[in-house]
Design a protein around this ligand. Structure first.
Ligand SMILES: [Zn+2]
Length: 450
């Protein structure tokens, strides 16, 4: 009998903890996440593949083949969402000239990024959250603009994420601005992303987070034959690509090499993914990108913006950057039937929940510092209110120095908190949270020496 009671109590406790986790979900975000549909994603990918090739230099071939009609398709998708957005969504193809380099751009060309902007509702809130995929595709020869290059996964999948996120988020109101982008020229040298990152820098845009989705729909590995759609990678720089001498000195003094802004964003994505999306584990990869490959987040990181790359956990080298063919019984080519749309749905959901949480949350607390002026076994953090939004309070985050993810959250409604843990043994950060539980990005503290 005693054992039965113990078992009942154990089950009750277990159930309560499960419910506590449920309560942490913001129902508005949960509803948006449930709106992501694998069928929609598959339709976008198949529509994109139908353009035959989306090679950057393919222009328009036979009327409905090539990247120019594909750009028009994405533009029309964005435009079809404008009616539900109450005048806040505006879409365009941002055309620009690129000089020939005699290599991947043999002669002068005109290139376009398809961009939709969902304006924030708070005129004082200048934060921008940007989600991107690349529209262009390639086959075995990166210069062949004529041959079929279906680009279903690379990167029809990423563009599908962007379109589905735009469809769902444009019906909602956020204080901050969200930009949805399908760039060109990725395979020719990140041209579209470089253009956008430079423009953002020159015009002083306050891009708080950039999410690059490139190859997010393949769940079967070549060589090792692993079939797994329960893990996704988030690549983020540790030491920032753009680091001033002052930033470098501070990093060495605080040992902040695992606490760059991009790494904080990656942690945020993992926490939000775990909260809202079932059967998908977000894996943080402690590097900016893969070997021998580039990505559209990198030009943003080089300009000093906070940017990460989301990519499938297992890649298939038979499928991407390959002419469509069968050789020795092996299928090659980036075909739509090889994409795992349920996997793509889950990754879209992580992107959506991340963007919605960030854009709804207050901005991050300002001037976050940790008192290092005295030898004591407690840690005191101080900060100022965020520039925009209505924080209900703040979380002081804590983890051991050898841990990847934040392990404890201390809540306070003050602008200062002392915790009984030594600053020498833990890393800390502070984030703002509103009454619905939407959290800002975490800010790693500066040392306060008085
Ligand atoms: Zn790609």
């Amino acid at each position: 009998m005693k054992q039965l009671i113990a078992l009942a109590l154990f089950l009750l406790a277990w159930d309560l903890s499960a419910q506590t986790r449920m309560i942490n979900r913001n129902p508005e975000i949960e509803k948006m996440v449930n709106e992501v549909k694998a069928e929609n994603l598959e339709q976008y990918v198949r529509d994109l593949v139908d353009f035959g090739t989306r090679h950057t230099l393919s222009g328009t071939q036979d009327g409905n083949r090539g990247i120019v009609p594909a750009q028009q398709y994405v533009l029309e998708k964005f435009r079809s969402f404008e009616a539900d957005a109450g005048g806040r969504l505006s879409s365009e193809i941002d055309m620009f000239d690129i000089p020939g380099d005699g290599r991947r751009i043999p002669e002068d060309a005109e290139i376009g990024n398809v961009v939709a902007t969902l304006k924030g509702t708070d005129p004082n809130d200048d934060r921008i959250f940007l989600i991107s995929g690349h529209l262009d595709s390639r086959a075995s020869d990166v210069m062949d603009a004529e041959i079929d290059a279906p680009g279903a996964n690379d990167d029809g999948s990423g563009v599908a994420v962007v379109i589905e996120a735009a469809r769902i988020l444009s019906k909602m109101e956020f204080p901050a601005t969200i930009i949805f982008m399908a760039v060109s020229g990725e395979e020719q040298g990140l041209i579209g992303a470089v253009h956008m990152a430079k423009k953002a820098k020159e015009e002083d845009w306050n891009i708080v987070a950039m999410l690059n989705n490139d190859m997010v729909g393949n769940s079967y590995s070549s060589e090792t034959h692993i079939k797994d759609n329960t893990r996704v990678r988030v690549f983020s720089e540790g030491i920032p690509l753009l680091e001033t001498e002052e930033m470098g000195n501070m990093r060495r003094y605080t040992n902040g090499e695992n606490d760059s802004k991009s790494r904080q964003l990656a942690r945020y994505i993992k926490e939000i993914g775990d909260r809202y999306v079932d059967q998908l584990e977000v894996k943080l990869i402690y590097r900016n990108d893969r070997f021998l490959r580039g990505g559209d987040h990198t030009p943003f990181a080089r300009e000093g913006f906070t940017a990460i790359r989301m990519t499938e956990y297992n890649e298939n080298y038979h499928y991407h950057h390959q002419d469509v063919r069968v050789e020795d019984g092996q299928q090659y080519g980036d075909l739509p039937e090889l994409v795992d749309y349920e996997y793509l749905r889950k990754i879209t959901a992580v992107n959506l929940a991340t963007l919605a949480s960030l854009a709804a949350a207050p901005s991050a607390p300002e001037n976050v510092g940790i008192d290092v002026s005295r030898l004591v076994n407690t840690s005191t953090l101080k900060w100022e209110k965020p520039a925009t939004g209505n924080p209900k309070g703040y979380y002081v985050l804590m983890r051991e120095t050898d841990q990847s993810m934040w392990e404890k959250k201390f809540y306070t409604e003050d602008l200062e908190l002392t915790v009984p843990y030594s600053k020498d043994n833990y890393f800390f950060a502070v984030q703002a949270v509103d009454e619905k539980g939407n959290e800002s990005l975490a800010v790693f503290p500066r040392p306060l020496r008085r």
